[in-house]
Structure formats: structure tokens, C-alpha cells
Design a binder for this molecule. Sequence first.
Ligand SMILES: C[S@@+](CC[C@H](N)C(=O)[O-])C[C@H]1O[C@@H](n2cnc3c(N)ncnc32)[C@H](O)[C@@H]1O
Length: 377
Amino acid sequence: MDAVLDSAAQPPAGRPPAVPERLTAFVTDYCRLLPATERMAPHDALTTLADFLVRDFPAAVRHALDSGLGERQVVAALAPLREVVSGSTLVRRAQEQPRGFPGDFEMIEYILAREVTGEPGSFGWLFDEYLLHSVVAQQHHNKIAHQAALITAALADPAARPARRILLIASGGAADLREVDPDLLQPGDRIVLNDMDPGALAHARATLPARTAGHIGTVEGNALRKAAVLEETGPYDLVLAGGLFDYLDVRPAQALAKTVLQRLCRPGGTFYFSNIATGNPFAIAMKYGADWPLIEREERDVEAILEGAGAHLVGSLDIRRDPTGLTLLTEVRRAGAPRTSAASAIPSAGVSAGITAGVLPRPVRSGTVTTRVRHGS
Ligand SMILES: C[S@@+](CC[C@H](N)C(=O)[O-])C[C@H]1O[C@@H](n2cnc3c(N)ncnc32)[C@H](O)[C@@H]1O
């Protein structure tokens, strides 16, 4: 738990402030209400869960923090409620982190499968049914579909050179690659999967279509420390880092973007990464109820990361949002090859964008990321 709480947000030493009555009442009320959803009509149960997660949980926690309570005290005050919500398979897994961190590949696969475990009709089952059909789960489906479309576009591009190179950083179980038609792969094509969790790589190997699996290599380890090994198979036409930036502070995010653009992505190739956007309605419940904090960003934060990584490496930049608006999908064309060259641009994956940022026909200025070109525009 310690790693996810902001020590700067702790109150000064000495007598801790009292837990606000509002937080205590919230905990007491929902410790009673949540299990009672089992006996409610479906509509009432879903309304109760929605009120809990996106209205009352954030309000009670914000009020407590504003009243001077530290993050650790908030979590301590939430303990009885955290115990109740651990009836959910997803929440329990996030709280216990059996693979050592939240967002492991098994959690991702559980979200994507949308097959809730547990006793149908039980509170835990209802809770996961709600979560797995919520907007925050949908953004994950959208992200995977977008990533699959990017890989498909890279492989289907008739102008791409024959031995294509694709790298999936923090691939997890490679749910995106699983959706790609294996017939698009040609002799010599190589797809490298990187993940720090060997279980994720094993799961990817076991679940990819056999003909796709025949083209993959794996590199186990922290992507931030594996550039030299990843470089051996490069340079890559397409580098994807789906989900990883949600867990990276600015410095490691900049370092990774720099490594990808300088050493891994070929000139004219594409570097894609996603990041959860600000405004996730589940963010507070995820952080304080399930120990699953995500680093939210806006378009300007993504631009700052790329500026820090090296604006001269950015040929063009496209930042769009998935249809829920909750995920930023960033595509960078690596500078160094003309946009019109045969294999320079991967066609747009065709996701219906919620908000599109960066249609700025301004010239590239040294030291800043000012050219932001929408693919296909
Ligand atoms: C970040 S998500 C991404 C999964 C997948 N790419 C997607 O888009 O859903 C979870 C995966 O990232 C892996 N991961 C987290 N940090 C990593 C790092 N620094 N280097 C390599 N893999 C990492 C975890 O092991 C886990 O399998």
C-alpha cells in the first residue's frame, strides 16, 4: 500500500485530525448497503453501485482530504468498506496484488473477457458485472481494439518493406496482437513482445494464434532497462506501449519515449502509446478502495513528455481520445524520413475519436513539438 500513497499528502506530525463524520457515515452506510444489493431489484442494485463508486466515494474522500486527513488515515478509515468490496474478484486482486503490482496481465484479461467469476447474484458478482460493463472497462476494450488496428494497418500496408518489425512494450498477454489476422504476417516478419512479468509472456505465447506465435520473440524485463536487447531486433516500423504510461512518472516516461524514438523506432516509423486521461470517474475509488492508482494525463502533458524526450525526433504527432474520452491515444511519427515515403506512415487505425487534439498546422520549431498532424488529414 505504501508505494501508492502520497507521503507529501500526510498531515504534519502530532495529533492526527479526527476522521470527519461524513467519511465515517459513508463507510457505515455502504457497509450495510453494498451487501444488500444482492436482494435489490437489478436497477436499484446498479444505481446503488454507481452512486457508491462515482458519486459518494469520491465526495467522501475529497472532503476528508480537504479536512486535513492524510491519505493513510483515509485508507485506514475506509478499512471496513475495503473489506466489503474485496468480495469483488477484481478489487480483491487489486488489493492483494498477487503478481506484485496492480494491472497485471491476469487482471487485464479478466476485464477483457467480461466473464465474471463468483456466485451469480452475489454482491461480489454484481460489483464485477457493474465494473466490467463500466466506461473504465470500455476504455480498455477500445484501447486494445485501437492497438490491434494499428498492428493490422502496419502489416496490411502494401508499401511496407517485407520483413516488418513490430515491438510491443509491456505487452501483457498481447490481447491486441491476438486480434490480428495471422494471414497478414509474411516470412521474415518479427514481432517482439516485452514484459517484466514472465507469466504475461507465457500467456501471450499460449494464447496467440499458432501462426502469429511463429513470428514472435520475447524479451523479459523492465522496458526501461532493456533497450540494448530490444535494439537487437530493431529498428521497428511500429512500437506500441499500451497502458504502460499510466504507471510511469514524468521522468521515466520521458526516458522511455526518448529510448524508443532514438534507438528503437526507425525513421518514419510509428511510436504509439496510451495514457489514461484526467477525469476518470473511478479514479478515487480505484486508488483508495482498490490500491490501483493511475497517473492521469492531458494532451499537454503528453506533449511535455515528448518535448522532454526530444522534439527533433518527432516528425508528426497525433493525440486523440478513445470514444469514452478516458484514454489518450498518441501516435508519433519518428522524424527522419519524408512523410510521403513508402513505409513512412501507418494509416489511421480508424477509431472514431472522441476528442481530437493537436490539429495544428504550425511548422516544426526546433526544441518544441509544434507540428501535430492527424494521420489521414
Ligand atoms: C501496463 S499494462 C499493459 C498491457 C497491454 N499492453 C495493454 O495495452 O493492455 C500491464 C503489463 O505491463 C507490464 N509492465 C508494467 N511495467 C512494465 C515495465 N516497466 N516494463 C515492462 N513491462 C511492464 C506488466 O507486467 C503487465 O503485464
